[in-house]
Design a protein. Structure first.
Length: 230
């Protein structure tokens, strides 16, 4: 069993900040060569809401051992005001783009007989959330996609799993942390007694990217300070 990623090449989407940046730093710290891609720059740039850009990205990428599909977006709006434009964008970025990347890059892993794919799910892969119907639907889809691909690709030596972050202090949760009602309510439910940080997720990413997880397939691992246990 080894957590050493020396000699492995990883791609992390949404790597410029937050959870993606934390994942990239953790994988690099374990010895991997890490390539980052985000809408705002990095080793590669991609607008994940543009499917043509996602396919163009695939054509640019080298052979990969590890794929971390983290890039995502959120639109906070009550369901009655959650227009088709918001729904379409959230589903495109959070579910369709990761599926296209997993399918096209996973194809190479299946042909080679090895590879690690790690999706980023959410607490809303398990719960419905409030005023984020598109996000909840997309992250529920990510959890099911993780299992579906694992069922197909495990026999070919490709591990497909997901990390489900709890309430992490990032740009995506800034509105919640600024909310005078919801912020203390969320904090009161977290047994660990604090919001998480991107660094708190690093161990899970390294585990799922390494040979230590070779017999782990289709798992959605919460890293949530105990939120789901409450």
């Amino acid at each position: 069993m080894s957590f050493d990623l020396t000699g492995r090449r990883a791609l992390v989407t949404g790597a410029s900040r937050g959870i993606g940046r934390g994942a990239a730093e953790a994988l690099a710290g374990a010895g991997a060569e890490v390539l980052g891609v985000s809408a705002s720059g990095g080793d590669f740039t991609c607008d994940f809401s543009d499917r043509r850009a996602v396919y163009a990205l695939v054509e640019q990428l080298p052979e990969l051992d590890i794929l971390v599909l983290n890039a995502g977006t959120i639109e906070r709006r009550p369901a009655l005001d959650h227009g088709d434009d918001l729904w379409d964008r959230v589903l495109e970025v959070n579910l369709t783009a990761p599926f296209v990347l997993a399918r096209e890059l996973g194809r190479r892993m299946v042909e080679r007989g090895s590879g690690k794919i790690v999706f980023v799910a959410s607490m809303l892969s398990f719960q419905g959330g409030v005023t984020v119907p598109g996000y909840a639907a997309s992250k529920g889809g990510v959890a099911q996609l993780t299992k579906a691909l694992a069922n197909e690709w495990a026999p070919h030596g490709v591990n497909v799993n997901a990390v489900a972050p709890g309430y992490i202090a990032t740009d995506n949760t800034q509105a919640l942390r600024d909310d005078p009602d919801r912020s203390p309510a969320i904090l009161a439910r977290i047994p660990a007694g604090r919001w998480g940080t991107p660094a708190d997720l690093g161990g899970a990413f390294v585990f799922l990217a390494s040979s230590a997880s070779d017999y782990v397939h289709g798992a959605v691992i919460p890293v949530d300070g105990g939120w789901l246990a409450r």
